[in-house]
Design a protein around this ligand. Structure first.
Ligand code: NI
Length: 397
């Protein structure tokens, strides 16, 4: 079918689905689950996917699901990914469908991602005669919690045989109906680590008989910042943050041990490659100078999220065919997303779905207890995903 005819049909199907989709989303919003504990969410998704006639793939994980929609004609396999986890946040939106789970909230829009991607499955299941190949729907656990759910999904075969993948994230800085995208490096790589500095305890008045882990830690924290200004190319953005520090027992006791947790980020794979060894060298040098020892334990390691030009092209032309508008440009950020693991292996792209609508209070930042989403954005994301998947399969002339 010609592009405009097919995209119009998809847009209409997505619009017809809107009411049911809002129901799905509100159910998920009421029943959020934390990372790696999304058991009810997984069961609920499996029910909806089976109802739509999709085949559930044998992914051997506690949570998360992948399902396939096979078109009437043979062809390649294209995937669409949603994350499914919520956050340890007490919801303060006052919405009638607010979280019913104390201290847990879908405050990053992953409920919206699920309903939007499920919508694409529903739209495409109603037009299998136009699907030349297979569309795989990947509902991944634990996007919010390193080491993340993407890697175990991939290790369990979720990406096997897939030629291209699309993902989305809601964007509170972008008005409903708008989409943004970025070519190339879009979100940061991550090196999360725990650092333990060990000295020798002693009386606070006799520092010469001890090795002060707190003074050493202070010097380490300061020196780590100098990696950014003195050791790496200033045109390549890097952030190093120590976000947690814990050590010592009393004001007059020299601390034996200090435990730190930090993260190092970059948008440049080249700069990022050097960061773990630069951090280790810096920590080792400072500790040696003060007579302390250390232990550096990496806790998460994500690649840069890099959108592929071929997938971006499909999203851009599909959006313009659907809505007659141009896609906006996503600003780069050192925030991270484990969708990067899929894009490290196969071509694909993650776009941002505008959900901002001041009239209903939608536009609070991600992870805010007052995070509200304009649900009118869902049919836009659904139509874009369904039509882009068809385009990627060669189903649009
Ligand atoms: Ni998120």
């Amino acid at each position: 079918m010609a592009q405009n005819q097919l995209t119009d049909r998809i847009k209409e199907a997505a619009a017809r689905l809107a009411e049911m989709q809002v129901g799905w989303r509100r159910h998920l919003h009421r029943h959020p689950e934390l990372s790696f504990h999304e058991t009810a969410t997984t069961a609920w998704l499996k029910e909806r996917l089976s109802e739509l006639g999709l085949e559930i793939l044998p992914i051997k994980l506690e949570t998360g699901v992948a399902a396939e929609l096979r078109g009437d004609q043979p062809g390649e396999t294209v995937a669409i990914r949603s994350d499914i986890d919520a956050l340890p946040i007490v919801e303060q939106t006052g919405l009638p469908f607010a979280s019913e789970v104390d201290g847990c909230m879908h405050a990053c829009g992953h409920d919206v991602h699920m309903a939007t991607v499920l919508g694409a499955a529903a739209v495409l299941s109603g037009m299998r005669d136009h699907v030349p190949g297979t569309v795989r729907f990947i509902f991944q656990p634990a996007e919010e919690k390193p080491p993340g759910g993407a890697r175990p999904m991939i290790e369990n075969g979720a990406l096997d045989g897939v030629s291209m993948i699309f993902g989305l994230h809601v964007e509170p800085h972008l008005n409903t109906g708008r989409i943004s995208l970025r070519d190339g490096a879009t979100m940061g790589s991550v090196f999360d680590f725990e650092l333990i500095i060990r000295g020798r305890s002693g009386h606070g008045a006799r520092p010469h008989l001890a090795v002060d882990a707190i003074v050493t830690a202070a010097e380490v924290i300061d020196s780590l910042q100098k990696i950014i200004t003195r050791e790496t190319d200033p045109v390549e953005p890097i952030a190093i943050t120590i976000g947690k520090i814990d050590g010592g027992t009393a004001s007059n006791v020299i601390a034996e041990e200090v435990r730190l947790e930090g993260t190092a980020r970059s948008l440049s794979p080249k700069a990022f490659k050097k960061l773990p060894s630069l951090i280790k060298r810096t920590v080792a040098g400072v500790c040696k100078a003060r007579g302390a020892t250390f232990e550096l334990n990496p806790s998460a390691d994500y690649p840069v999220l890099t959108n592929h030009a071929s997938a971006n092209k499909i999203l851009a032309r599909t959006y313009s065919s659907l809505y007659g508008k141009k896609i906006e440009v996503t600003p780069p950020t050192l925030a991270a997303e484990d969708f990067s693991f899929y894009l490290e292996r196969i071509p694909g792209a993650m776009f941002r779905l505008g959900i901002r609508n001041k009239k209903i209070g939608a536009g609070e930042p991600w992870h805010s207890p007052k995070f509200i989403v304009d649900e009118a954005a869902m049919p836009v994301g659904t139509a874009l995903l369904a039509a882009s998947a068809l385009d990627a399969l060669g189903g649009i002339e």
